[in-house]
Write a protein that binds this ligand. Sequence first.
Ligand SMILES: [Zn+2]
Length: 834
Amino acid sequence: MRLKQWGMVAVIGVLAILLGWSTQAQVVKRSQGGLDDLTMASGRVRVPQMVVPAEQVRLEESPMAAPGERMVFEEWDRFLTENGTAWSLMMDRRTGYPALAEGAGVPWVPGRGNGLQLRDLRESLGANGTVTRATLVKLAKGFIRQYPELFGVDPQDLRVNPVSTGEYGGYLWFVQLDRTYHGIPVERSYVVFRVNNGNLVQFGGEYLGPIDLDPLPSIDAETAQQVLAAYVGGLEATDEWVNTGSLSILPLAPGGDDGVYKGQTGQGVEYHLVYTLAFRRAGVMGTWTAKVDAHTGEVLQFVDANVYGSVTGGIYQNSNADPEVVRPLGFVNVSNGTTKVADAGGNYTFSTGTATAALTGKYVKVTDSCGTSSLSTSTAPGDLAFGTSSGTDCTTPGLGGAGNTHAARTTYYHLTDWKEKALGWLPSNTWLQGQLTDKVNLNQTCNAYWDGSAVNFFKSGGGCSNTGELPTVFLHEVGHGLDSNDGSGSSTVGSSESYADINALLTTHQSCIGVNFIPGQQCSGYGNACTNCTGIRDADYTKHTYSTSPATPAQLANTSGFHCSKDSSYPGPCGYEGHCESYIMSEVGWDLAARDLPAAGIDANTSWFIVDRLFYLSRATSTDAYSCPSITTTNGCGTGNWFSTFRVVDDDDGNLSNGTPHAAAIYAAFNRHGIACSTAVNTNSTTCPSIGQPVLTATAGSGQVALSWTAATNASKYLVLRNEFSPSSGMVIVATVTGTSYTDTAVAPNITYYYSVQAVGASNSCAGALAAVKSATPTGGTPPATYSISGTVTSGGTGLSGVTVAAGGASATTSSTGGYTISGLANGTYTVTP
Ligand SMILES: [Zn+2]
């Protein structure tokens, strides 16, 4: 049977690549039988980097060593001769090529790590004589041509990864070049360069070295579809193709080696040409995705690729165990003559007529299975209050439509707030800038998931809460969303689970993920039961029965205490069930912020803010949280391992061979969980001038909060931070200013806001301690004043009627004498068109 006739077209194929390749639900999905029971992955699909110090490989090098291996060492020696010896090299034993080099820094662009001037790199500069992304790409490709044997990849086969290439945080440049072979993408293979304060401090790549493979498939996509159809016992009339067959090259382990490669250096990867195909089945949760060998027709993998896990309204702040509180619904779209977008405080400029809003805005669009939402007013000042109610699921306050549910309001509010937070660190990420689809009150229970383009939440039932009413559940799911859109996907879904849990706890500063998921029931902790969490997982190891037992890879195969089961269809880096294995990295995230940075004498809020920076700025080129050929050989030395990428973000002088400002705390947190890299330089070192801590004053007014602070030593500018939760919750960057005051008008009346300020030095990598948090509760509620523009449109001295005139998004039509008035404008400068 052919599926094609019901199929969607292949244009959608791109989607499947973004999906990663496994369901990422909040918890392990309950098997639905049928397709779920068919999920599998060939043992050869797990092909982790075997990261070892290059000197160890060199010592073992036999006279029989492949010529390629010797050439890598000769090239590395030449690199050291030309750039100094304060560099270390980790190699991937599978490929025989570098995994990650790091060291004292090679000057690339002007920065505080070097004495370069712009004129030194004139031929690489952009049109305005500035350093641009193209400059860095040019330098990176030139570097590959200068040291070709360190990469074993032709620069012509490398494509710039647009999301993972650019400037981050104002002091880092990353260049990630994704590999192709005869124009076909090679999965998980890339070259990466990381520049801190102007200096190249890390470079490397995954799955480097020559590929020997016939790039022409032996079977066509239609045959691959038939192979998949046969595998699932036939397709059904309602099945819809999401991907009808896209070609890629997949690295596989030769003969299946269970992660630990024992063969000759450089012989540990086989490249196979594969079709990726995906379909959805009506009534069955999942995006069923297969990889079929395009030469042999073998089904290598079959998995579910979903990722699970003033306008005001009542929302649950922490979980639905507490009553709702009223909060502004920021960035809501309001139809009022024209379409207006509310500010972060839910404020918009009301003009006469009717104003209508749904729970849809610039960043989030809610789709509610209970119905649609819509709320209108024609009374000045145009307040739209979606209200509060008790109950759950489809219960509403009795206004705003059948879709004005707890879940709709609560997800809208928190997802919008989270996007503001993430955009503070990653302002050019187009996925964050766009509108996220948020589906709530779906007619299933006990789960939530990311499906590659939307977040999805279920109704209450089966002993579980409505997952759209649990903020830490959606902060988790949207973490999967960012992971899929940050430029570098994790190669194991277990790393994505840690990504999602850390994303949630950085906002709430609570270690319990999914609070009140199963009311009254502590989470299992996978053999190490939670003692204070009715959610899914608790990232604080002390809040478990074995309270002195941090999760480590070495425990995975235990039979008591924390342990996991092997799972090839939803694996973590060690090949154990991904949600379970994710405990290891998630506990590192918690420890670093709540334990190790405070132990170094840093106050709590500053510690959390440092981890915000390390996490968000490192996302673009982070892959797996750690390398795990086996549970006894785990480390954090791999190319995209989070230990390595956190350190490059932490560094402040373009030199990793002297440590980083918080290297000791980072090492302590990762090493406690067995996933650090001990060969790195793990001592604290900073060359930043001492940056002072401002003293903040916050004064509430009508519709505003006036902030002012004392000037801090060595400050060049200040980040203004705010949240609407508590003095100790995660902060959103709302402004960057050079002076010592700021007036926040994006506030709603009668709501308490919590503010801080951080001084930043001449380099963005140099920052001081956060000012002590001050709260303020603005009064008022008077709408902002509005202005109008009037004029006449004439031709040869005669007024023209019926002409549409627009300014600032508002418009008017000229009268019989050519006159017009555009009203409802905020104070500002406008251009009237035509
Ligand atoms: Zn998840």
